[in-house]
Ligand binder design. Structure first.
Ligand code: S3P
Length: 178
């Protein structure tokens, strides 16, 4: 079976969006950021959704967006870091896409998230973001691993290098399955 769509999953700050954009460009596929679709659906930013309607509402929108993507072909999707929390989301995504997990250490995540600004990530906009990262990773790591078809370490790699690794991996996989 050839890969028709790719979903990049992983914790905040693992480079899903930058790598996804590069990968889509190289494959000449469409690129979609789930968070952007959620913001479009809500008409406000993610921090505003969390502040005004709470996380459960955000998660409901996230599930709606997963469903809305199920008819896609030749699309690279960058998922929000918490998409794996709901088993329903994982089931939907796995039904139409190959799931690639990008991993990073808590220290790398912390650096990248600080660089972007923690105010953009409501779950980390707390007095001790490092503690939040570590606590969330403890809960989520088994979920990421269970959801993923393959995983890639991102330490010290550029988005272009990660995209190349993914393309190589797909090439090998398709030779094996043809
Ligand atoms: C979240 C990750 C964010 C965004 C929201 C919640 C999470 O996406 O969906 O702030 O629960 O990990 P990124 O992983 O793209 O930062």
């Amino acid at each position: 079976m050839t890969v028709d769509n790719i979903v990049l999953i992983g914790f905040m700050g693992t480079g899903k969006s930058s790598c996804g954009r590069e990968l889509a460009y190289r494959l000449q596929w469409e690129f979609i950021e789930m968070d952007k679709d959620i913001e479009r659906m809500a008409g406000v930013s993610i921090p505003e959704i969390f502040a005004q309607q709470g996380e459960v509402h955000f998660r409901d929108l996230e599930t709606k967006v997963c469903r809305s993507l199920a008819q896609k072909h030749h699309t690279v999707i960058s998922a929000g870091g918490g998409v794996i929390i709901r088993p329903e989301n994982v089931q939907i995504l796995r039904s139409f896409a190959f799931l690639i997990l990008l991993t990073a250490t808590p220290e790398e995540i912390y650096q990248r998230v600080l660089y972007d600004g923690t105010e953009k990530r409501p779950l980390l906009s707390k007095p001790d973001p490092m503690r939040e990262i570590k606590n969330l990773l403890i809960v989520r790591e088994p979920l990421y691993r269970a959801a993923a078809d393959v995983q890639l370490k991102t330490k010290g790699k550029s988005p272009g290098e990660i995209a190349s690794e993914i393309i190589e991996l797909l090439r090998k996989r398709e030779n094996l399955t043809c």
